[in-house]
Ligand binder design. Structure first.
Ligand code: NAD
Ligand code: TYD
Length: 359
């Protein structure tokens, strides 16, 4: 396709990190929905990127993949020029808190310097493309921990506690500054912990499923009483879609499903769902595999999102109940074990062994 042909698309949206968990779910949701837009997936395929997740759209006329590191300014610039990109939805990041503790440098490189590269490219092109929207997909972890009652709102102060959340906060601050200083048309969505298909099995839910099926110990950090507020990934994708199209420039939107649950209760629930689906097999309940292990340093106690602003301003609501979404998710992994194993390459295994067997 020659360059001019891309201009037949109403918008040409670069989605960074599209081979990761939320990025893949977002593309699977948006590419078929918006045939009038071109989606260019910019992803360098770290251990967390898996193109198998995108198999069902890989030949679609409005989808392209470019293997590019967002830290490579020239490569991103060439890509933006090649497709005449009009908008960016930015998800590329290093995302695992445990990895950010053992190797913070790559978090600073991608999450801060990579985001800065994108912003600089947008800034130098803003005169030509006034309508360009920069949507940063961020996290509730920037707000730090809640030790008592209450929930995070858009007005909550940023108090990040891990190198991961600090670098995400840094990116959010840069975007705010580019909005205030240069008039960047930007929005930020800060979402709760997501779960659903295509999540790399280093994160709690797919890791529990994988270990429970393999009869391996299921590591629960500390006393297991830390609370996370879980959000089904498809509900996040609909929120991102709404905020991208209708959000007000300069605003941030908190996205959460009002599903607070203690880690230990969540792990037990997953074990029970798997037991129920394998009820014809003899054996001990899988929750017997639970092993309390050394706590994560700086482990945030509780996250909880108040999503009232996006609900009232943009009319967003979750479509899935937590229970239905959890069962659906566990069953998805049980039916897609091949996908889960395709994630596990040598590099990940080494990290996995180092991180979990030494606890
Ligand atoms: P993920 O780790 O599953 O995927 C990240 C993707 O980014 C991968 O495909 C990886 O290859 C790519 N990537 C990493 N570094 C890159 C670089 N330098 N250049 C190009 N591509 C690069 O992450 P996820 O869970 O899908 O999260 C996506 C975004 O959403 C992140 O910005 C994350 O901070 C945010 N977020 C995630 C959650 C969650 O629960 N997963 C919650 C809130 C916000
Ligand atoms: P995780 O999925 O890593 O997300 P985040 O740290 O970004 O919230 O972890 C979710 C919760 O589960 C968190 O409180 C840490 C805990 N956890 C465990 O107890 N065991 C594990 O093996 C993992 C990966 C996480």
């Amino acid at each position: 396709m020659i360059k001019d042909d891309f201009n037949k698309f109403e918008k040409r949206i670069a989605v960074t990190g599209g081979a990761g968990f939320i990025g893949a779910n977002l593309l699977l949701y948006m590419v078929p929905k918006y045939s009038q837009y071109l989606f260019v997936n910019i992803d360098c395929l770290t251990y967390a990127g898996n193109l198998l997740s995108l198999k069902s759209i890989e030949s679609d006329q409005n989808y392209r993949f470019e293997k590019i590191d967002i830290c490579d300014y020239n490569a991103v610039e060439n890509c933006i020029n090649k497709y005449d990109i009009t908008d960016i939805i930015h998800l590329a990041a290093e995302t695992h808190v445990d990895q950010s503790i053992s190797n913070p440098a790559k978090f600073v490189a991608t999450n801060i310097c990579g985001t800065f590269n994108l912003l600089e490219l947008v800034r130098t092109k803003m005169e030509k493309r006034r309508c360009l929207r920069f949507h940063n997909v961020s996290t509730d972890e920037v707000f730090g921990t809640l030790d008592g009652p209450g929930k995070f709102t858009e007005e909550s102060p940023y108090r990040p506690n891990s190198p991961y959340s600090a670098t995400k906060a840094g990116a959010d601050y840069l975007i705010r500054a580019y909005n205030k200083t240069y008039g960047l048309n930007s929005i930020v969505t800060n979402s709760a912990n997501c779960f659903g298909p295509f999540q790399f099995p280093e994160k709690l839910i797919p890791l529990v499923i994988r270990n429970a099926l393999a009869g391996k110990p299921i590591p629960v950090y500390g006393d297991g009483l830390n609370i996370r507020d879980w959000l089904y990934v498809e509900d996040n994708c609909r929120a991102i879609d709404l905020a991208f199209h209708n959000g007000l420039s300069g605003k941030t939107y908190n996205i959460g499903g009002r599903n607070e649950i203690k880690n230990i209760d969540l792990v037990k629930r997953i074990c029970r769902i798997i037991d129920d689906t394998h009820s014809d097999e003899p054996g001990e309940p899988r929750e017997k595999l639970i092993a309390f292990v050394k706590d994560r340093p700086g482990h945030d106690r509780r996250y909880a999102i108040d999503p009232s602003f996006i609900e009232t301003q943009l009319g967003w609501q979750t479509e899935y109940s937590f229970d239905d979404a959890l069962v659906k998710t566990v069953k998805w992994y049980l039916n897609n074990l091949e996908w889960m194993e395709s994630c596990i390459n040598g590099r990940y295994l080494k990290y996995y062994e180092e991180t979990y067997t030494n606890r």
